[in-house]
Design a protein around this ligand. Structure first.
Ligand code: FBP
Length: 572
């Protein structure tokens, strides 16, 4: 057994990920066919004007060929960006094997700590011995990750310096929608400055919201949801055994509810909220609470004072009154940050004098921040903010991430809902029992050992990236399609990142960003859920998926997720 690997890890290290037919003979034996010119999903004129050098490129499809293409030594830099997702190491392994297969002297550099490593020129060389320790493992620890946004000319110029110093042919950014937006912006800058280095993106995020016709799923979603579903199944069995708790489980997924929906399909909980539906129905928080309370009371009437409720992490941003509050707070924090901070500082000093240091944190933050922020938001939003529990107020006011997003993983929506349901039960004079447990599953799944699907998919994405590098395809994202038809039928290629972009408001300004794919309420996964949720609410139709299996029959080990199978009519 190797020093750093568990028993499973050391056996798993020997797993040979599967590749689509077009990549099996190596990056040199790939023929590329180009489709028609593309357009961005929205705001075409604005995006075209912002990306004059990289807009409108065609979709690329790879085909196997016996004719060996020309190839020479490649120097490639790779960045892991944003939240961890299972399979990132296999993407790097795919790039590594792809470029070394072109010519053994090719070099792969890993920039440390995300995009900041690229800007600051902090890197390591990834060699055979380092790579072999990370094949088929979860995590991003080979080079770590980060969330620095690439947006200033100064940062871009530093990237150029680094690219020139290392004589890079390509920079590959493995990331979610925000990170691939970074990739597109950098690709455009390099093209405008005639820098001889291409920038390529790779679709990562457990959230599953970076997807379209050509990117059927982002990597990591499959493994992360299987991990959460195992835990949810265990909790369901516990709930059904003890019959004494309602478990409120918040699930990661910054914005979209794909994780919650897929976990519901895998485990059949009594309640699963879908943010997109709540938005569509324009439900207020009160209505959401009422709908949960109705189910709790009707189960209790059947002597079932227990159950499991899944809550998507991004929920509050989809409740209309919260959406307005958050967007007004975003603008207030962006435009009045110094005023707010200054007043808080003054307030902290006053409290320090009056109460001593120990109480500074408690006294100096929420109430005063709320007071100041309320001056810059509408009356309705101010009313909502003032009536929230103090913890939630603080969580909503916390610093945005570098891309301007509220850090919803830090907002304890599950506790807010428990508190509000408890109040509603009291109002309704409920005589049953409502004992609760709260959970948040997010970080538990982001670094899990990749499922066979993610191990194969990621390796293929990385390998496909080596072809895009070889052919100098700037501003492209690597794509593997036909994912439910078995790897024998997988189709590799690339799509222009600008094709996925639109203009959105971030940090109080209009910015070009990749459009997020939310749960489609007309889509088959949601419809399937709607058809079954009432029976799941009443009974104990729980499913216990158990742990991910890495060895055994393919129908157990290689199976992907319900969302992908339902979306592509592949559920048997
Ligand atoms: P990416 O979009 O970068 O993949 O990150 C997704 C995510 O895991 C969300 O589900 C979650 O809200 C967020 O990252 C948490 O961020 P952090 O790791 O910075 O706490």
């Amino acid at each position: 057994m190797s020093e750093n690997l568990s028993i499973l890890g050391s056996v798993r290290a020997g797993y040979k990920p599967k590749l689509p037919p077009s990549l099996r003979k190596g990056a040199l034996k790939v023929l590329i066919s180009s489709g028609a010119a593309t357009q961005s999903v929205r705001d075409q004129e604005q995006i075209k004007a912002l990306f004059p050098n990289t807009y409108g490129e065609p979709i690329l499809t790879f085909n196997p060929t016996e004719d060996r293409q020309q190839g020479s030594k490649l120097n490639v830099g790779v960045v892991l960006s944003g939240g961890q997702a299972p399979g990132g190491h296999n993407v790097i392994a795919g790039i590594f094997d792809g470029i070394k297969g072109i010519i053994g002297s090719s070099v792969l550099y890993g920039f440390l700590g995300g995009p900041s490593g690229l800007v600051e020129g902090k890197y390591i060389e990834i060699d055979h011995s380092l790579m072999s320790r990370y094949r088929n493992t979860g995590g991003f620890d080979i080079i770590q990750s980060g969330r620095t946004k690439l947006e200033s000319t100064e940062q871009f110029d530093k990237c150029i310096e680094v690219a020139k110093k290392l004589d890079l042919d390509a920079i590959i950014i493995i990331g979610g929608d925000d990170s691939n937006t970074n990739a597109a912006v950098l690709a455009e800058y390099f093209a405008a400055k005639k820098v001889n280095c291409v920038v390529i993106g790779c679709p990562k995020t457990i959230d599953g919201d970076l997807k379209n016709e050509h990117i059927e799923v982002s990597f990591g979603f499959d493994t992360a949801v299987k991990t959460y579903s195992e835990l949810i199944g265990n909790i369901e069995r516990d709930a059904n055994s003890a019959q004494k708790y309602w478990h409120f489980i918040k699930l990661m997924g910054r914005s979209a509810s794909h994780i919650g929906l897929e976990a519901a399909l895998q485990t059949h909980p009594n309640i699963c909220l879908i943010s997109e539906e709540i938005k569509e129905k324009k439900m207020t928080l009160e209505q959401v609470v009422n709908s949960m309370t109705d189910i709790i009371i009707s189960r209790s009437a059947n002597k079932k004072n227990f159950g499991v409720a899944l809550i998507p992490e991004g929920l509050i941003e989809f409740i209309p009154e919260f959406k307005i509050l958050i967007s007004e707070l975003n603008d207030a924090l962006a435009h009045h940050e110094s005023e707010i901070k200054e007043l808080i500082q003054k307030d902290i000093e006053i409290h320090a004098k009056e109460h001593g240091d120990a109480e500074i944190k408690e006294a100096g933050k929420a109430a005063d921040m709320v007071e100041v922020a309320c001056k810059h938001i509408s009356e309705a939003s101010a009313h909502l903010l003032k009536n929230l529990p103090e913890d939630i107020q603080l969580q909503l006011m916390m610093d945005r991430d570098p891309h301007g997003n509220v850090q919803v993983s830090l907002v304890e929506t599950e506790k807010l809902l428990i508190e509000m349901v408890t109040k509603e039960l009291e109002l309704r004079n409920f005589k049953g029992k409502f004992a609760t447990q709260n959970h948040f599953f997010g970080y538990e799944g982001r670094c899990a050992a990749p499922s066979n699907f993610d191990a194969d998919y990621c390796y293929s994405l990385g390998y496909a990236a080596s072809v895009l590098v070889l052919r100098r395809k700037n501003g492209y994202m690597t794509s593997i399609r036909n994912l439910t038809a078995g790897f024998e039928n997988w189709i590799a290629g690339g799509i222009p990142i600008t094709m996925m972009m639109n203009v959105e408001r971030r940090h109080g300004k209009d910015k070009p960003v990749i459009q997020k794919a939310l749960v489609d309420l007309k889509g088959k996964p949601f419809k399937y859920f709607v058809e079954h949720r009432d029976e799941w609410a009443k009974g104990e139709e729980y499913l216990y998926p158990g742990p991910i299996q890495y060895f055994g029959p393919p129908e157990v080990c290689d199976v992907t997720n319900y969302t992908l199978m339902l979306e592509h009519d592949a559920l048997k």
